[in-house]
Design a protein around this ligand. Structure first.
Ligand SMILES: Cc1cc2nc3c(=O)[nH]c(=O)nc-3n(C[C@H](O)[C@H](O)[C@H](O)COP(=O)(O)OP(=O)(O)OC[C@H]3O[C@@H](n4cnc5c(N)ncnc54)[C@H](O)[C@@H]3O)c2cc1C
Length: 259
């Protein structure tokens, strides 16, 4: 509900609303952000993706399946089972996406039945530097509040947006109690996303042979089961660096690389 004093209907320009703050949650397009603030996420880090709803995958629905294909260097392909029969397949690539999707289906799931298809983009870059004192504050995908490793922005984007909305509410009501704490939450979550993006830049620059070797060593070490119970899928940089830099993990990895 918009108070009458702050909204007016102008036939030439549409509905005009006066506001002290504007939260921009436009997602990938972020047209207003670009036009008004001349700001945007790293455009070349958006990877076009096609997600299919499929039937007949015949894989164990307790797991999610990731496929690191050489012809898909920017992002992994995935199959997420919804149940024994139905699942979601995602394939992302900056070029020849449809051709690569057909190749992936032909190689990996030749008999699958496609129910529905959605085209969009996943963000694999750094979060935007935002000014919390600005009149216009971007949140979610528009601000690149996304894990560059998976393109997932629901949890981290939601947490950051929640803190930003609390800061704005405190300011508008002049109840400054929460502001410092919530600014700190925004800063630390954004730093985490920045670090994930930096780490992914390094991993994506490695030759395939090295990535294959790393997977092989981790697989042989038997750490996968332990990590899947301990690691936090949102705070990936913090939990991965703690786990991988512990002397116990280093020894296990060294042993499995030489045996
Ligand atoms: C195929 C796929 C699978 C994904 N899977 C996952 C997952 O499993 N887990 C996860 O965490 N994340 C996932 N993500 C990412 C996740 O969807 C996004 O991070 C999240 O939706 C971002 O939310 P948002 O509200 O910022 O943007 P969006 O969800 O893109 O919403 C933006 C909304 O703003 C509207 N809009 C745009 N411009 C304007 C305008 N000028 N005026 C008014 N409205 C406007 C749009 O129509 C849209 O409804 C996936 C993304 C894709 C593409």
């Amino acid at each position: 509900m918009i108070p009458e004093s702050t909204a007016s209907n102008n036939p030439a320009r549409g509905l005009e609303i006066k506001a002290e703050k504007l939260v921009d949650a436009e997602g990938m397009a972020s047209i207003l952000l670009r036009k008004i603030l001349n700001k945007t996420t790293e455009r070349n880090m958006w990877i076009p993706i096609i997600q299919l709803w499929v039937e007949g995958h015949s894989l164990d629905p307790r797991y999610v399946y990731l496929f690191f294909e050489r012809y898909l260097p920017e992002f992994f392909a995935y199959l997420i089972p919804v149940n024994d029969e139905v699942g979601k397949i995602g394939v992302a690539s900056k070029n020849n996406l449809r051709i690569k999707l057909h190749k992936f289906l032909k190689d990996r799931f030749p008999d699958i039945k496609i129910i529905r298809s959605v085209s969009h983009g996943v963000y694999t870059g750094r979060p935007l530097k935002i000014d919390l004192d600005s009149m216009i504050i971007p949140v979610g995908d528009a601000a690149g509040h996304v894990k560059a490793s998976t393109g997932g922005g629901v949890i981290m984007g939601g947490l950051i947006a929640r803190s930003i909305s609390k800061i704005i509410a405190s300011r508008l009501t002049e109840a400054s109690t929460d502001i410092h704490h919530n600014k700190e939450v925004v800063r630390s979550l954004t730093r985490e996303l920045d670090r994930i993006a930096n780490l992914m830049r390094i991993i994506r620059s490695l030759p395939f042979q090295i990535i294959d070797k790393l997977f092989e060593v981790v697989d042989k070490s038997g750490l996968v089961e332990e990590f899947s119970k301990k690691l936090d899928m949102d705070f990936q940089y913090t939990s991965f660096s703690r786990a991988f830099l512990s002397p116990y993990t280093v020894v296990r990895l060294l042993l499995s690389s030489i045996t």
